[in-house]
Each structure stands twice: as structure tokens, then as C-alpha cells.
Design a protein around this ligand. Structure first.
Ligand SMILES: [Zn+2]
Length: 818
């Protein structure tokens, strides 16, 4: 399509214009007020750990880790007489230093080892710590006490797994360690476990052998380069794997559940491509010898970039029907990018956390741009900007701050890197990043290292950029006005944001475009840095102006107040070169009366194929009962894009006459969420045919039973009052993974049904380490407890749980009002 060609031309223009010499910093930052960061700095340490040889056995039924942590280290201070290692709750049985028993003291935070005589720098030593732990954090034991043999073929059953999550500082619960980011070490893990499972850890598998007991096996994994303590990992379960080899010669081992092999291809799509792409983009080949992805259940996050072995939630391990909402591609690329940004170069302390998350988010986005195209890229950026602005409206933490929060560390920082690329130019940005990576191999980095690298690599002082986007918070609010004469377009920009201790006037190069009715345009790039900037663009051919764009493509995180005429928006919606500017013009039409815009929106729907624009058009026309709008909705239900089809059912407030026949085919949609939405919508809106819809969906299950659970809810409402609640109760129990449980528990809540079995399952779920299960379930349980019908059932379930030696205090709290 023509849009693509125009886009490329525009990008070229942007590049040539932006590589202008930096003009002097006219804007004076009179004060350097930074938000105090008490948690942002790393701790002192008096020894340098060189190598950890961890030799452990794991009993998953008891939730126990036992073994020896062997360290090779050398003192880095003149005299060292004690060493403290984190290890809360770890029982230390014996400590040896250089082969001799050493005195030690255990407290609630860890173990202190006393050296007698004291050690001096320049020497190397060995330390062995024999220990046992029953960790509540850091290592998680899933499913070992549940018997799932009756549902052995159910894809959503709970599985027997052990996995770890070290970040922030949780590996200390199962390994006595200096658990901070800035003492990198080599690690070798030797793990003994039931031979019927597979054990996965960091680095190369260098040994795997059966033990003489006939029951267990021992696996040895070794790292070739040092990494940070929080990146040490373990994953154990019933796994098969498939190897993907990328062009750069790296083998990525993609693990999967043997009974769900059909999910391998959709889940690991583009895995080899992203390995090559990030290597090429950063100019540094993948910095480790191997790589792996491991799906696990009950995971606390989306994924974790353990060095050479990413763990991810199996919510993203999906077949084709679950790909639209639960694709692994973006997260896969994010975690892979962390192998460079986070694992190879690592933050100094929490203050520089953005150097990990923002980079991983940025490179995942850039990879998706290379695969899915420019429109998708602009749409992701729009989401990032919304999140950044919302964060800056909430508080004033800068990006480089330990309390900046995930909206800044991920989306805002990713966009800030886009802006850095925009200001420096693509190739110069890439040179800086390549030099930065090469300058700090397997080391720790601070924000200043990146800032200074711009000066070292390019001779460009980016202090002002880092000051406004990294060390301070906020965003510019630009008010834009235009006036026209026959030969000049005058654009006035006022920076309206408050000037505060943490936010000043912003300084950025901005593109101004004047588009003419003959299809051509003029463009200028100017530094906008004063409170008022006036830009005059000569109109030499005296053409008629169609519309003006300020910062086309939204290169800058900003809020822009720029009122235009309906005619201008119309022409912008058809003709702006970049999708996001066309989208913004359609959004601006929300204020226009339906009769004035109906025909235009319907015409635009056919001319704009990106889903976000079509969704916006559907949102504006969905509740218009004009036959032209209804005809468009009917066509939209057959759109090739899942999101566009979905927009019809999510925007309709009621079912327009005779449209049930058009919506019913969505019960066979390729996407599981669409099937569920259609089933719920039709059962609500067309009650008299509910039985027919239910019958049609009687064999559909979806992802984490999303379709089945909706089916059970409406089936119950249609008289299935015995079997439906029993099946919901089963899905709510600990025989199932947590998303299935969560879906069932929410349905049970909506239906307001509770019995002894349900109450027991709810109480059990509130005690899960997985707060994404425990949190919502606690709210449901407390709601039921208020209901006099259920109080005694729940009291009994709580008493039983306390009897079964649960956490009395936590369980008693369930009886209390919030
Ligand atoms: Zn991340």
C-alpha cells in the first residue's frame, strides 16, 4: 500500500534533518533537584565472590532444599575478619574455611562467618556452607501434594514442578549468598532429583547421570561467564524440548509439556529470528553459549530473564486460539533482550533498573516493528506514551529511580530510548549502544555510563536529554496554534506544563509539516525549548493548506493541544503519512455529530486497514441504529482481524434487530476470547435462543477454560443447577492451575453459589504464594463470609485449614472485615 512507501520516505527525512549540529543549550537548568533515592544504591561488600559450586538435593513434597554452597572468593579490603551472607530462614549445619571448621552465627537475616586469623587482600579462599532450608520464597513447589490422575489428560491440570524466581532478592531464601546485583560470579549447580523429571539450570549441561539408588539422577550445569546472584535459576518438571538454531549459530532450547506439543510452534514463533535480530541490532552477538525458554505454572510474573534460561508463565504457552491475547512473542523478545541488557550488563543498584527493563521493552518493540511493521510499532508506542503520562500525573519519580514503578521502567523508558534514537539518528544511536555494551562486558552499569558513552562515541553531550527524560520527571504540554496567509503558515507552540522542582521547560527537536490539498507537503525541524516558539513555513507555490502536523508520528512523549477544523481532521484521517496521525484524526471526530460523520467513517473503514483505526470507527458507530452503520457492523464481524471482530461485541450496548444471525458465527471464531464474548453477549441479549447457543458451544473449552466457564454460568442460569456448579467447583479446586481456578472462582462469585467443597477450595486458594490467585480469591471469600447463608460453611473450612496445620494468623484474618 502507499502508506508504507510514504512512511519510509518520511523516516528518511527525519533522519537527515535531525543530524544537525547541536545548538547551544539556551534553556538554563538553574537547579538540580533530584528525588532522594534511599533504596537506589548497592550495599558494601568486603569480598569478591568468584565462583559458586552449589550441590543440592530437593525434596518437593517437603518443600526442602539441602546441600552445600561452596564458594571461591578473595578479600577486597585490607583485612577481613567476618563475612555476612544473606540466608533468611536457612539452617546452617556446618561452615568450613579453606577446609577447616569455622565459627559462624545464624540470625534471622543470614549467616555471619568469622575468620580467625583474619584474611587479607591478595589471597584466595574456599568457603563451604552445609545447610537445609524450607523456603517460603525464591523457590516454589507446585502440585506435589495433589493427585490429578483422574484428570491426567486435562491441559489445565496442576503439574508437578519446582521453579525459582530470584529477582529482586529472593535467591537468598534457598542459597546462602551475597544477594546483591554487583558481585558477579561464575556458578555451577549440581542438583539431585527424581530421575523421572527433567532439571534445568543456567549454562551448559555438563553432566547427567543416574545414581546408585535407582531413583534419582544428578544434573550438573555450568556457566562460562560470571553473572549476578539473582539470575541463578532452577526449573524442574516433566518437559520435552525442541531446539531452534538461529543463523548466528546459537541453539535455543524451547521446553514444552509433552502432552501439548501442538503449542510449540505458535508459542515459539520468531524465536530464531529474534536471536539474530537483537545480535545484529546491538552489534554484539548473543553473549552466552546457550539459551532456553521454560514454561511453568503459577508463575508470579510474565517471565524472568535468568541468564541463559528464561522462565515464563504457561499462560503464554498457548495454541493458535489463544495467540491474540496471550502471544509469547513480545515477552520472548523482551526476555531475550535482557540477556544483553540485565544479564550481560547489569544495573549497579535499583536506581538504574531502567537500564534493564527499558532496554528489554525497547528491543522487543523494535523487533516486533521488524516483523509486524510500522503501524504496529506506532500503536505500541501510543500505549507506552499513555502509561508514561499516567505515571507522571501520579507522582514525580524520575526514570532513574528505584521507586519509578513499572510504568516508567518499562513503557516510559522504552519510549525514552526511541527519543534518544530520534535525537541522535538511528545509526549514531546504534553506535553508542554497541560501544556501551563492548565497554562493560559482564559488568555493572549506571545511567551515567550510557550518558557519557554518547560523548565518548560521538562527541555529543546528551546531558540535557538525560536531565529532562531520565533524571527528572514530567512531560511537555504543547499548545499549538496556526495562522495562515497565502504565502506563509505560522505555527506557534507554547509549553504549558508547570515549572517545578522536578520538571522544567523541555528541549526537543520537533518536526512541523504543512500538508496541501494537492497532496504535497512542506516540512521543517526546529528545536522547541523556550516557553513560546514561532515557526514560519513559507508556502512558495501558494497552495491550499489541507492540515498541519505538529510532531508527526508522535516522536516525543507529550500532550498536544491542537484544535483543528473538521475538514482538516477529515483530510488528516485520509492522508496523513503515518497511521497514528490518521488514528488521532479519527479519535478527534468523537465530538462530531453522528449524521455529519457517518458516511466519512464508513468510507474511512475501507481505506484504513489497521485494526486500531477500524476499532475506533466501530466504537463511534456501534450504537447508531442507521442502516448504513448496522451494515458496517455486519461487515466488521467478518473482518480478518480478531480485534476488529471483537470491537463489535464489546461496543454494542444492545443487540440490534436481526443481528443475532451475524453475531452467531462468532461462536466459531478462531479466537477463544471472541467465542466467550459472543457466547456471553448472545445469552444475555437473546435469552430466548440461549439454549441453542449453549448447545452449539457444548464442546468448547478455550484457554484456562474461559469458554467452558462462561458456558457453565449460562447453563446454570438455564436450569443446569446440579452438574454446572459441580464442574465449576472442580475447576476452582487445587487440581487446576491458577488461571482456570481464578476464572471458575469469579463465575462462582457471580452466580453466588457456595458449599463445603467450594469453601474449602477458596480457603486453600487464599493461602497460595501466588498473589494473583490469593488476592482476588480473598475478596470473593470475604464477600461470601458476609452472606449469612455461607458464614458457617466458611467458618468450618477455615477451622479445618487451621487444623491441617496452616498459618493460623493468616487464616483467622479471613474472618475479619477489611
Ligand atoms: Zn524485563
Amino acid at each position: 500500500m502507499s502508506t508504507k512507501i510514504q512512511t519510509m520516505r518520511l523516516q528518511k527525512l527525519l533522519l537527515t534533518v535531525l543530524i544537525t549540529p547541536l545548538i547551544s543549550v539556551a534553556q538554563v537548568h538553574t537547579e538540580q533537584t533530584y528525588v532522594v533515592d534511599r533504596f537506589g544504591q548497592p550495599r558494601d561488600h568486603n569480598v569478591d565472590m568468584e565462583h559458586l559450586f552449589l550441590d543440592i538435593a530437593i525434596d518437593p513434597y517437603q518443600g526442602m532444599v539441602a546441600g552445600v554452597a561452596n564458594y571461591v572468593f578473595h578479600p577486597i579490603q585490607q583485612q577481613v575478619d567476618t563475612l555476612f551472607l544473606d540466608g533468611p530462614g536457612i539452617a546452617v549445619n556446618a561452615v568450613k574455611v579453606d577446609g577447616n571448621s569455622a565459627r559462624f552465627r545464624v540470625d534471622s537475616a543470614g549467616v555471619t562467618i568469622f575468620f580467625s586469623p583474619s584474611l587479607s587482600w591478595g589471597s584466595t579462599h574456599e568457603l563451604n556452607i552445609e545447610y537445609t532450608a524450607h523456603p517460603k520464597k525464591g523457590i516454589y513447589f507446585v502440585g506435589w501434594n495433589e493427585d490429578t490422575k483422574d484428570i491426567a489428560t486435562d491441559p489445565d491440570r496442576i503439574r508437578n514442578q519446582v521453579w525459582t524466581q530470584g529477582q529482586g532478592t529472593d535467591n537468598r531464601f534457598w542459597i546462602p549468598s551475597f544477594d546483591d546485583v554487583n558481585d558477579k560470579l561464575l556458578t555451577s549447580l549440581r542438583i539431585t532429583f527424581d530421575k523421572n523429571y527433567r532439571v534445568i539450570s543456567n549454562g551448559n549441561l555438563t553432566d547427567e547421570r543416574n545414581n546408585s539408588d535407582g531413583k534419582t539422577k544428578t544434573w550438573v550445569y555450568e556457566m562460562a561467564h560470571p553473572h549476578a546472584n539473582y539470575l541463578i535459576m532452577l526449573a524442574i518438571g516433566d518437559y520435552a524440548y525442541r531446539d531452534y538454531t538461529s543463523k548466528n549459530g546459537i541453539v535455543s532450547r524451547q521446553y514444552y509439556y509433552p502432552d501439548l506439543e501442538d503449542r510449540v510452534e505458535p508459542t515459539y514463533a520468531y524465536s530464531a529470528e529474534m536471536m539474530d535480530w537483537i545480535s545484529e541490532e546491538t552489534g554484539l552477538n548473543f553473549p552466552w553459549p546457550t539459551y532456553a525458554n521454560v514454561p511453568v505454572q503459577e508463575f508470579l510474573y510474565g517471565a524472568m530473564e535468568n541468564t541463559t534460561a528464561t522462565i515464563f508463565t504457561d499462560a503464554l504457552f498457548q495454541d493458535a486460539g489463544g495467540q491474540n491475547d496471550r502471544s509469547y512473542v513480545a515477552v520472548n523478545a523482551h526476555e531475550l533482550a535482557h540477556q544483553w541488557f540485565g544479564d550481560y550488563v547489569t544495573e549497579w543498584g535499583n536506581r538504574d533498573h531502567w537500564l534493564q527493563e527499558s532496554f528489554a521493552t525497547h528491543y522487543s518493540k523494535k523487533f516486533r516493528q521488524s516483523v509486524y511493521g510500522e503501524d504496529e510499532f506506532q500503536w505500541i508506542r501510543r500505549g507506552e506514551m499513555r502509561a508514561a503520562i499516567a505515571a507522571d500525573n501520579r507522582d514525580t519519580y524520575p526514570l532513574a529511580h528505584s521507586l519509578a514503578g513499572s510504568s516508567r521502567h518499562y513503557p516510559k523508558g522504552s519510549f525514552v530510548l526511541d527519543m534518544m534514537r530520534y535525537v541522535l539518528g538511528n545509526e549514531q544511536y546504534r553506535k553508542v549502544i554497541n560501544d556501551y555494551l563492548l565497554a562493560h562486558p559482564y559488568e555493572n552499569v549506571r545511567s551515567e555510563d550510557l550518558e557519557i558513552q554518547c560523548m565518548k562515541s560521538l562527541g555529543i553531550n546528551m546531558w540535557w536529554f538525560f536531565d529532562q527524560w531520565v533524571y527528572r520527571s514530567g512531560y511537555p504540554v504543547y499548545q499549538v496554534n496556526t495562522t495562515f496567509t497565502s504565502d506563509t503558515t505560522t505555527i506557534t507552540v507554547v509549553q504549558k506544563q508547570d515549572s517545578t522542582a522536578t520538571q522544567h521547560l523541555f528541549r526537543m527537536p520537533v518536526v512541523f509539516q504543512v500538508h496541501y490539498k494537492d497532496g504535497g507537503f512542506d516540512q521543517e525541524t526546529r528545536w522547541v525549548e523556550d516557553s513560546t516558539t514561532v515557526v514560519q513555513i513559507p508556502n512558495i507555490l501558494k497552495r491550499e493548506v489541507a492540515f498541519v502536523l505538529f510532531d508527526p508520528g508522535t516522536q516525543i512523549i507529550s500532550q498536544v493541544e491542537f484544535e483543528k477544523s473538521f475538514d482538516a481532521y477529515k483530510m488528516q484521517a485520509y492522508n496523513a503519512p503515518l497511521m497514528i496521525d490518521r488514528y488521532d484524526a479519527v479519535v478527534a471526530m468523537q465530538k462530531v455529530a453522528i449524521d455529519d460523520k457517518r458516511d466519512i467513517l464508513i468510507d474511512l473503514y475501507d481505506k484504513q486497514n489497521y485494526h486500531a483505526i477500524r476499532e475506533e470507527i466501530i466504537a463511534q458507530l456501534a450504537n447508531d441504529d442507521h442502516k448504513k452503520s448496522i451494515a458496517l457492523l455486519k461487515r466488521a464481524l467478518k473482518d480478518t482481524d480478531i480485534n476488529v471482530r471483537r470491537a463489535v461485541v464489546t461496543n454494542l450496548k444492545t443487540l440490534p434487530k436481526k443481528m443475532e444471525k451475524d453475531i452467531a458465527p462468532m461462536l466459531d471464531d478462531s479466537d477463544y476470547t471472541n467465542v466467550e464474548l459472543a457466547l456471553r453477549f448472545l445469552c444475555e441479549q437473546d435469552k430466548e435462543h440461549a439454549e441453542k447457543y449453549l448447545e452449539h458451544c457444548a464442546d468448547k473449552y478455550g484457554a484456562a477454560k474461559n469458554i467452558r466457564i462462561a458456558w457453565l454460568e449460562y447453563s446454570y442460569a438455564n436450569g443446569n443447577i446440579i452438574a454446572a456448579p459441580a464442574e465449576l467447583a472442580k475447576y476452582a479446586s487445587n487440581l487446576y492451575e491458577f488461571r482456570t481456578r481464578g476464572n471458575a472462582i469469579q463465575a462462582i462469585n457471580r452466580l453466588n453459589i457456595c458449599d463445603a467443597a467450594i469453601a474449602a477450595s477458596l480457603v486453600e486458594a487464599t493461602q497460595s504464594f501466588n498473589r494473583r490467585l490469593a488476592g482476588p480469591t480473598t475478596r470473593v471469600l470475604k464477600g461470601f463470609y458476609e452472606n449469612k447463608l455461607y458464614t458457617s460453611i466458611i467458618d468450618k473450612a477455615i477451622d479445618d485449614a487451621i487444623q491441617a496445620s496452616g498459618d493460623k494468623e493468616k487464616l483467622e484474618a479471613l474472618r475479619k472485615k477489611d
